[in-house]
Design a protein around this ligand. Sequence first.
Ligand code: GDP
Length: 289
Amino acid sequence: MIINWYPGHMAKARRLIEENLKIIDVVIELVDARIPMSSTNPMISKLIGSKPSVIVMNKADLADPAVLDEWVRYYKQKGRHVIVMDSKGGRDIKPLIALLRSLAAPRLEHWKARGLKNRSIRTMILGIPNVGKSTLINKLARRNAAKTADKPGETKGKQWVHIGTQLDLLDMPGVLWPKLENQLCAYRLAATGAISDTVFDMETVITQLVRELGQWYPDELKKRYKLENIGAKPLETIDMIGRRRGCLVAGGMVDLEKTYKLILKEYREGIMGAISLDRVADFSKGADV
Ligand code: GDP
């Protein structure tokens, strides 16, 4: 995982993606279904321009189905194409392939009219680190184990994977930087594990996470940690969780560090249940995120 993004890294990533996008017909933008807005990179829409694209909401197995539906409606209202995905699990990838094919159909016609009958459609996956780009590429590649050879006239080593008749995927994820300048997005990226533990303040992240869990998912929180009620303040809840789980130091005080790690691990792994953090209402007011 790329930890630190300096302006130089950003420019390089952008250039690399720009170069590859020249030969791409349909773009897959991958986001984390639990935080679809926090896990986008605003540069993506600029890079894509007028190319057809589909938003794939990945890790749907970890997201709240009701909130997921809201997001699907939100994107559709904005005229976007959207697919819900679980790259790690058994969710069918045929709807994604069918959508890519239909979005690419006009391009295929375009090439046909120019006499290029066998020009296949080319797609590429873009997203910030940890949204599951490699996992999705593997899932699509497994479907069609044979990788194609290098295409003539292109940089040697560029690998393509057939993912359907006349549909190829560039076997190279386009990695963009996470949106850290917005506090809300940064905390949610940290909570889901999209950014490294070394670049955020654990206490701030857990306090905010427990506050939101208490607000939106009190039953899940109570059930998981066998709590009778949620504390008036996040720190009270954290204290209760620490005691329940025996995260104590000498003198009977709660070992906060240990409790933070426990909560974070269990949230990230979906052990508390299917929980979303980004809500359409957070972002629909036109917030610049
Ligand atoms: P990349 O950095 O975007 O290429 O992300 P990876 O493909 O390396 O995935 C990051 C982590 O998310 C890995 O631990 C994957 O196993 C996990 N992951 C990817 N897709 C899913 C998914 O749909 N559901 C769940 N639960 N985990 C996923």
